[in-house]
Ligand binder design. Structure first.
Ligand SMILES: *Cc1c(COP(=O)(O)O)cnc(C)c1O
Length: 386
């Protein structure tokens, strides 16, 4: 069955007793046992509950995994997965990492003796030189955000297999609708489901999908032991959002491609970072490993002084932090998402004071371009020296 059909039908055939097309919310935290040593399959909500199970089974199938786990946020999913590692272990992680993940690694995991090195995953030579005897895993974001660097998942996974280390991919930006890392050789996929999977800027959630029985057991143990699991009400909201994922991703991609092309020719814009543009250095790799492109991209304006007037004059596009929802949001990474990343590293990867990140919603693309055009005009007036 095609992924569009699987998405639309999430949970729709599970409740055979009532035939409910929309799987209900079971909010019970406790489950009656039929007798000593007997269980309905549910004991206590943290371990498993019916609504969460429907979401997890659907998601495992979408990512082509062996098991999936719903968490209370994307950070909770990352914390759960990173708890696979112990004191003395070393991780190699993508440069231009999501700020919250950087903070988790640098300020929390580091206290437990887990060290991290940041790598440009486009270079196997660099991975080879950073590899240590205690390196246990790679954590990849592709595309990265905000600079949209692409990692060749199959190539890097083949290298990791030789070293016998795990490959973890944060697939938030593409979702299984456009990219399925487990099929390309990754072992674990994590998501902030708060973004595209939920899609409506109304639910905080995380998801993990894994390959293999051993990892499935290990993550199930950590998921239950740490306890950052998703509540039944949020599982319901997330599934409701996921049913329309295919339609939304297609529209996000369509709008983003048009807007990126428009800005590429705009005289006040110096750079546009989007893997859907043939000028993107990793355009071919992206085309090979994903069936589409995400709905966020970044661009640089001619001068830093244009940033404030642009953000003040946007009317349809909201100046807000986050991405992946139906509403368009503009973010200023240096002061928002990337605040916790030291300036030295920000400069190294190119997150500077002229960079804006745009999470393109599903509004009509003409309205979005008109809003950008008028805000850029106003910025030009305000900064007459440019
Ligand atoms: C938002 C985000 C996270 C964190 O997820 P939350 O749901 O906000 O906890 C992790 N990775 C990426 C790529 C994100 O965009």
């Amino acid at each position: 069955m095609k992924i569009e059909s699987k998405l639309a039908q999430i949970g729709s055939t599970v409740d055979t007793k009532t035939g409910a097309v929309n799987f209900p919310i079971y909010s019970s935290t406790a489950f009656r046992h039929p007798g000593l040593g007997k269980s309905t399959g549910y004991d206590y909500i943290r371990t498993q509950s019916p609504t969460k199970q429907v979401l997890e089974e659907a998601f495992s199938e979408l990512e082509v995994g062996d098991a999936a786990f719903a968490c209370s946020s994307g950070m909770a999913a990352l914390q759960t997965v990173l708890s696979l590692f112990s004191q003395g272990d070393h991780l190699i992680v993508s440069l231009d990492l999501y700020g919250g993940t950087y903070r988790l690694l640098e300020q929390i995991m580091s206290r437990f003796g887990i060290t991290t090195t940041y790598a440009d995953m486009r270079s196997i030579e660099q991975l080879e030189s950073l590899y240590q005897p205690n390196t246990k895993a790679l954590l990849i974001e592709t595309p990265t955000n905000p600079l949209m660097m692409i990692t060749d998942i199959a190539k890097v996974s083949a290298w990791a297999k030789e070293k016998n280390i795990l490959v973890m991919v944060d697939n938030t930006l593409l979702t299984p609708f456009f990219q399925q890392p487990l099929k390309l050789g990754a072992d674990i996929v994590v998501h902030s489901a708060t973004k595209y999977l939920g899609g409506h800027n109304d639910v905080l959630a995380g998801l993990i999908a894994v390959k293999g029985e051993k990892l499935a057991e290990e993550i199930a143990f950590l998921h239950n032991s740490i306890g950052a699991v998703l509540s039944p009400h949020d599982c319901y909201l997330l599934m409701r959002g996921m049913k329309t994922l295919a339609l939304r991703m297609e529209r996000h991609q369509h709008n983003t491609q048009k807007i990126a092309e428009y800005l590429q020719t705009h005289p006040l814009i110096t750079d546009v970072y989007y893997p859907g543009l043939s000028s993107h250095p990793d355009y071919e790799i992206q085309k090979k490993q994903a069936t589409g492109n995400t709905g966020i991209f970044s661009f640089k304006v001619k001068h830093e002084s244009m940033i404030a007037p642009i953000l003040e004059h946007l009317t349809l596009i909201a100046f807000a932090e986050s991405l992946g929802g139906v509403e368009s949001l503009m973010t200023y990474p240096v002061m928002q998402t990337h605040m916790d990343i030291p300036e030295e590293i920000r400069n190294q990867i190119g997150v500077d004071h002229t960079l804006l990140r745009f999470s393109v919603g599903i509004e009509h693309v003409d309205d979005l371009i008109a809003d950008l055009a008028q805000a850029l005009d106003k910025a030009k007036e305000a900064c007459s020296s440019i």
